[in-house]
Design a protein around this ligand. Structure first.
Ligand code: ATP
Length: 320
């Protein structure tokens, strides 16, 4: 998560801007259903270079406003939500509680992650708001507290607040950073994201999935090694999504997008999270661009890379 700038406006209003990335799941194992209705998962989550721009300006009164504009994505589904259901606004409530602050803020979001795509756009907005408000309200607030509090509004938020490649367990609230060698740093993975143009409801997929059927003890260990080594060929061997069969059954169109990516030369393809977006892994950036070119022009697609360790966390809170 990169905090770009901190600006003092008028008397007390302050602005922080955060570039908050979306994610893919290189692995997603559904281990079992819990008594509370959630599922226990184990997932290697990798932030990717597709960012929401989240700008937060403090207010002296208690109001919270949120304006979302889309850049290449339809944001009507967010703008039609009652304000208090918007994850960005819910993130403000969480931070007010954590920081002991009653003040409100104005949020402006430029959204680039399609809605309901399994790339955690809403969670990225929430994580961006939390990071910005931490900078503005409570720079010494421990990240672990934000992760824990973020889990109460969205399962992907702790991973995104952590700001690097992570192993996620439990229902998403247990997050451990994957340490990546620095010298030399491994190559990032290049991939092509493709969005079939319709959202998938995460709840529906979890309600219809079959936990535990495809569990493999070494899967996540080997996937993590592939990330540490920057070895995309090895990553292809271990890429796995335990929700994919369910999503393919309910939304067969997603498989057609995987097929198109494979036809275009992708080394391997996978559904991201609960879909509907899929991604194809590539040898390098040029290869990814060639794969993207093979897709029909009217398909939403992006060439992105996984983000190197520490990029988001490195720009810690800035002081005015
Ligand atoms: P998840 O797997 O967490 O459901 P996703 O990555 O598939 O998410 P998102 O775009 O993050 O998809 O969110 C899905 C739903 O969450 C939206 O359809 C919308 O109703 C709700 N939502 C709430 N706040 C936001 C937000 N700021 N941006 C996008 N969606 C939001």
């Amino acid at each position: 998560m990169e905090t770009l700038e901190l600006e003092q406006l008028g008397t007390k209003a302050m602005t922080a801007v955060v570039e908050s990335p979306g994610k893919i799941n290189l692995t997603l194992e559904i281990l079992g259903k819990r008594p509370d209705g959630y599922h226990d998962v184990r997932s290697v989550v990798l932030p990717v270079s597709l960012f929401e721009t989240v700008e937060v300006t403090t207010r002296e009164d208690h109001a919270v406003t949120c304006v979302t504009k889309g850049e290449g994505v339809d944001v009507s589904g967010v703008n039609s939500l009652p304000s208090e259901r918007n994850l960005a606004v819910r993130a403000v409530r969480v931070m007010q509680r954590l920081c002991g602050v009653a003040d409100g803020c104005d949020i402006r979001i430029v959204k680039r992650i399609p809605l309901g795509a399994g790339m955690a756009g809403g969670s990225a907005d929430a994580a961006g708001v939390m990071t910005a408000l931490r900078t503005l309200w409570a720079p010494s607030l421990p990240l672990s507290e934000m992760e824990e509090a973020g889990a109460s509004i969205g399962s992907d938020i702790p991973a995104l607040v952590h700001g690097r490649a992570v192993l996620v367990e439990g229902r998403g609230e247990r997050v451990s950073g994957i340490s990546i060698p620095r010298n030399p740093a491994p190559a990032p993975f290049w991939l092509v994201l493709a969005f079939p143009g319709f959202p998938v409801c995460t709840k529906e997929i979890y309600e219809n999935c079959h936990p535990g059927l495809t569990r493999d003890a070494d899967l996540c260990k080997n996937a993590i090694s592939s990330v540490r080594n920057g070895d995309v060929r090895a990553a292809c061997l271990w890429a796995f999504n335990g929700l994919q069969d369910t999503v393919t059954r309910l939304y067969p169109e997603t498989e057609r997008f995987c097929l198109a990516l494979r036809k275009g030369g992708a080394l391997s393809t996978l559904l991201s999270g609960s879909g509907s977006a899929v991604f194809g892994l590539a040898e390098n950036r040029d290869h990814a661009l060639r794969i993207q070119k093979s897709l029909p022009e009217n398909v939403w697609s992006k060439v992105v890379s996984t983000l190197p360790d520490g990029v988001m966390a490195a720009h810690g809170p800035l002081t005015p």
